[in-house]
Design a protein around this ligand. Structure first.
Ligand code: FE
Length: 264
């Protein structure tokens, strides 16, 4: 974790959020894949580690405590009870599973063969909308993760995107601009420009994330994210502390700007 922080400082970041995976909480412990996220007994240690980094680097960078949690319909109460144990600065909500199928896991790629891709997209985005409506999450992680392996819809998605954006806006969540997609077969930031534009038109705020799974991925492709954000017309992004938003306006094209007043 120290190496992640040091990479963030070297990259010029002034604020960094850790968001390790709170994963597979809906399964009995012996059925969870330990490679995919923290075991429940690790949560205390993770939070302590983030707090230790926060103290250690207090004069160099602001460190936020977050987690990325799966949305699984029917298990909201269980998730809520786990989330309530810690003082998160923000919680990222993600859809990685459709009816138990880990569609973003390359071991289960053949699952795509059983789907009409347009129908899959519709089902996936419906779940993303439902995740926002739980009220458990502050921002939606990699909101079009379904494209990860390059499966693209054949039909126009503009209505799907507009409906999702309106659900996100009504739920009061942000959408994460996540550069990890550039490192995946889809070779595209999450969300794609059309979905992000729909979010902007629907007044859904954005958060920024590199979804780093290694220290040198911290802040990766931040320039590409900044360009995308400007191209679709966002003038600000938000960041979180104690689950409250601060809006940060872009001072000028291509630059991460100065802080504006806190908002709801
Ligand atoms: Fe994820």
């Amino acid at each position: 974790m120290e190496r992640y922080v040091e990479h963030a400082i070297a990259a010029g970041l002034t604020e960094l959020g850790f968001s390790d995976h709170l994963f597979m909480y809906w399964l009995p412990p012996d059925q969870r894949d330990p490679a995919l996220g923290m075991a429940e007994w690790e949560h205390d240690f993770y939070v302590e580690d983030v707090e230790r980094c926060r103290r250690q680097y207090a004069s160099d960078i602001v460190i936020r405590l977050s987690t990325e949690a799966d949305f699984i319909p029917g298990h909201e109460a269980r998730l809520e009870s786990i989330l309530r144990r810690y003082d998160w600065d923000y919680v990222i909500g993600s859809v990685h599973f459709l009816d138990g199928w880990g569609f973003d896991d390359s071991r289960f790629l053949s699952g795509f063969d059983t789907w009409d891709i347009d129908a899959l997209y519709a089902r996936y985005f419906d779940l993303v909308g439902a995740s926002a409506e739980t009220g458990l999450f502050d921002t939606i992680g990699h909101a079009d993760l379904v494209k990860k392996f390059g499966h693209r819809p054949t039909s126009d998605q503009s209505e799907v995107y507009a409906r999702l954006a309106s659900r996100l806006a009504n739920a009061g969540v942000c959408v994460e601009v996540n550069t990890a997609g550039l490192r995946k077969p889809c070779r595209e930031i999450y969300p794609n420009p059309d979905l992000l534009r729909a979010c902007r038109l629907g007044s859904v705020p954005i958060t920024l994330g590199s979804d780093a799974h290694a220290p040198n991925e911290v802040a990766s492709d931040l320039d590409a994210a900044t360009k995308l954000i400007h191209d679709v017309g966002y003038a600000s992004f938000v960041k979180y502390a104690s689950r409250r938003r601060t809006t940060v306006r872009f001072a000028q094209l291509g630059q991460l700007g100065e802080e504006a007043s806190p908002s709801a």
